[in-house]
Design a protein around this ligand. Structure first.
Ligand code: PMP
Length: 344
């Protein structure tokens, strides 16, 4: 009898093809039309599912990976989760070397997804044999047939978005996109999408989001690495203290920097106004849109696509905790306090 059950073979079939959602209330006072690419709809709840599946597929095609092979990476964040998820389904071991700064929740989550997690001291320099970079490199050398994803120095990170996120946005907007706004960490997302879109229409403006405390904006403007730009900040996944190979600075028109505080408020505002429960960097991207709008980057005919990289559930003990916000001194404005109280 013919199979009539409508089911996916695994969650891997659900990666990509994320929806574009029109933003209304949160952008009511801005010039232009705004659409969010909500990457939390991926099965691993972030855009990193795309690079995990793409890089692993490429390694399989080249014959590097076989059943039982090992995937190695240095992240406790979204990439780690996505790699663990893809590894489970494809039958690979997944080893993640993470910093002892990573929260227990994150480490528990990775172990739940079947990853072997090495917790490495945070206080040592990157070239110390105990650092998570060095531990990952050593494990890669020692483990025959292993693949070291190395997302900051892997061109396939860009290719993943060139082949999926970029074409999806082009099709979803019927080619009518005028601006892309995206956060840059490894730079894979913004670079891959931008390469694709600019091949289609070189007039599309690509606006990058960077953090205060990161070197990317200054490097883009001067092509020089300025150590003085580096200081601690709270937003995870945004900005960097090195220049990643996985960023194609040529396809990015300009960067803007956003603060921890304004980004946190913008993320909370997204939940309140659009019903979209997104991560900290989605708030950063919204904050960047407000700043670009003030700089007169958009007009009434602009069709702006903004990337929301992950889901809000990963930030419950941070930006979505009133106690955490208070401890950082990130107080709600009197206007917002009144609005929140009126609905309680
Ligand atoms: N937001 C979050 C939450 C992330 O984890 C990352 C990845 N570091 C980014 C944004 C930036 O994406 P990309 O690394 O592709 O630049």
């Amino acid at each position: 009898m013919e199979q009539t059950i409508n089911a996916y073979d695994s969650v891997l079939d659900l990666i990509g093809n994320t929806p574009l959602v029109k933003l209304t209330k949160s952008t009511a006072n801005l010039q232009g039309n705004f659409y969010a690419k909500v990457e939390a709809f991926n099965p691993g709840h972030s855009t990193k599912d795309r690079i995990a599946s793409f890089i692993i597929d490429q390694a399989e095609r080249k014959g590097i990976l076989k059943k039982g092979s090992t995937i190695i990476e240095t992240t406790s964040g979204n990439t780690g989760f996505s790699l663990a998820m893809v590894s489970i389904i494809k039958g690979y071991d997944c080893i993640l070397a993470v910093s002892s700064k990573s929260s227990k929740d994150k480490i528990d989550m990775l172990r739940t997804m079947g990853a072997k997690v090495y917790v490495c001291p945070a206080h040592v320099s990157a070239d110390d044999p105990r650092s998570y970079y060095e531990v990952a490199k050593r494990l890669h050398k020692e483990t025959k047939g292993s693949v070291y994803i190395n997302q900051y120095f892997n061109e396939l990170n860009i290719d993943a978005h060139y082949h999926s996120t970029g074409p999806e946005i082009w099709e979803q907007t019927n080619g009518n996109i005028t601006h892309l706004v995206a956060c840059s960490g490894t730079g894979g997302t913004i670079s891959g999408i931008a390469r694709y879109l600019k091949e289609k229409n070189s007039d599309i403006k690509v606006l990058g989001v960077d953090a205060f405390g990161s070197v990317l904006k200054k490097y883009h403007e001067t092509m020089e690495f300025d150590e003085n730009e580096i200081y601690p900040y709270r937003i995870e996944g945004l900005g960097k203290n090195l220049i990643p190979d996985s960023t194609d600075f040529k396809v990015i028109d300009e960067f803007i920097k956003v603060t921890d505080e304004e980004s946190a408020h913008a993320a909370r505002e997204l939940a309140r106004t659009e019903g979209i429960f997104a991560g900290y960097t989605s708030g950063a991207a919204m904050q960047a849109i407000k700043q670009f709008n003030e700089l007169g980057k958009f007009d009434k005919d602009s069709n702006v696509v903004v990337i929301f990289p992950d889901h809000g559930s990963r930030y419950m003990s941070k930006i979505y905790s009133d106690e955490w916000m208070e401890a950082q001194g990130f107080n709600e404005s009197a206007e917002v306090k009144e609005e929140i109280q009126s609905v309680q």
